[in-house]
Every structure is written in C-alpha cells, then in structure tokens.
Ligand binder design. Structure first.
Ligand code: 5GP
Ligand code: MG
Length: 181
C-alpha cells in the first residue's frame, strides 16, 4: 500500500506515479527490449545509485540471455576544467567492445550525465549503445539526445522515489512523488 503524502527531512511530496503503474510500464518496456535484442546477448549497464530499482525491475522481466553490470559517475575536484569539477566513470570492469550495450538511467533531466556516459562508453567500441530511462524531462533537455526507451515523460518538477533521492533519502519508495508546491 502507498500513502499519497510523504515527508522527507524538511519537505513534503505528493504521489505522482503509483507503483502498479510503474510496474506495468516496466513490463511493456521489457517486452520491447526482449524483442529488439533477441539473440544479441546484450550487456545491461545500470547507472548507480538512482537507476538501481529500475534496472532490477527491468532485468527481472528480460527473457533473453543477457549480462548485468553497474557503473557510477564520480565527481571530484581536479582543477582540470574551469569549474574545477570533473566526472569520471568508475566500476565498469567488463569488456564491452563489440557488445550490444543498453545503459539504464533513472532520469534524463538536462541530459548532461547521459551524454557524458555515452561518450565514455562509445570509446570502448560497443557494437551498439542505447539508453533506457525510467523518467524523461523533455522540457529540461539541453543536449541533442533521444532516449531509446522511456518509462514516463514528466514535467520539469523535482521528483523522489523509485531510486530518486532527496538529500540521500527516499530512494526506497516504490511510488514516484513530486515536491509539494
Ligand atoms: P542530468 O545530467 O540529465 O541533468 O541529470 C541527471 C541526474 O540529476 C539524475 O541522474 C539525478 O541524479 C538528478 N536529477 C534530475 N532530475 C531529478 C529529479 O527530479 N529528482 C531527483 N531526485 N534527482 C534528479
Ligand atoms: Mg542518476
């Protein structure tokens, strides 16, 4: 059962997308992916931490031979750019050269993260590289990028739950919530 209102630290959030709706959508996306990747033995690459729930739910519904791995982006202050902030990809141990790679994100907002990860993964010469995202905010997009599989298109509001956090909390909520106006 889900509650329509949750409080995380100082903020209140109201329910936006119920767990049952999310799970239905995940099954539909998984069916498309099963069809598109049949016989291709893809490698599923979840982006931590946010995409952990979506990645697992999707993965459970895949019925072809496939591998699973995770990566994360670490930000550190290296003084290498004008902002002094550089992000690098950590955790990918598998050789993805010649492989069909499906990257899984929690949300595409400006598209900055997805673009960065895409160009990093592309350097390893995968046979193909696609992006699935649980949520997509088209109005916030600043890069020329179209996710291949989208759970839900949402407005440009701050969301929590289903992997998304507010100050580290709320990732374990099964429903998706929006900041109360
Ligand atoms: P982008 O690089 O596309 O601008 O944003 C990607 C990251 O910003 C996401 O992976 C997520 O961590 C964070 N983000 C963007 N929109 C939201 C949101 O509505 N709620 C939360 N909790 N995080 C968001
Ligand atoms: Mg993320």
């Amino acid at each position: 059962m889900s509650t329509s209102l949750v409080k995380i630290k100082d903020k209140e959030f109201i329910i936006k997308i119920a767990s049952a709706t999310i799970q239905d959508r995940v099954k539909t996306l998984a069916a498309q992916i099963n069809h598109d990747y049949e016989g291709k033995m893809p490698i599923i690459v979840g982006v931590l931490n946010g995409a952990v729930l979506f990645t697992c739910d999707l993965f459970k519904n895949l019925n072809m031979e496939c591998e699973l791995t995770f990566l994360r982006v670490s930000s550190y202050h290296g003084g290498l750019t004008s902002s002094g902030e550089v992000s690098r990809v950590i955790g990918l141990k598998e050789n993805i050269e010649g492989r069909h790679v499906l990257m899984i994100e929690d949300i595409v907002d400006s598209g900055e993260t997805a673009m960065h990860l895409f160009s990093e993964l592309q350097k390893h010469n995968p046979a193909s590289l696609k992006l699935a995202t649980a949520l997509f905010k088209p109005a916030a997009l600043k890069h020329n990028l179209t996710p291949d599989y989208v759970g839900f298109e949402v407005e440009n509001d701050f969301l929590v739950g289903y992997g998304l956090d507010y100050d580290g909390l709320g990732r374990n909520l099964n429903d998706i919530y929006v900041l109360k106006p």
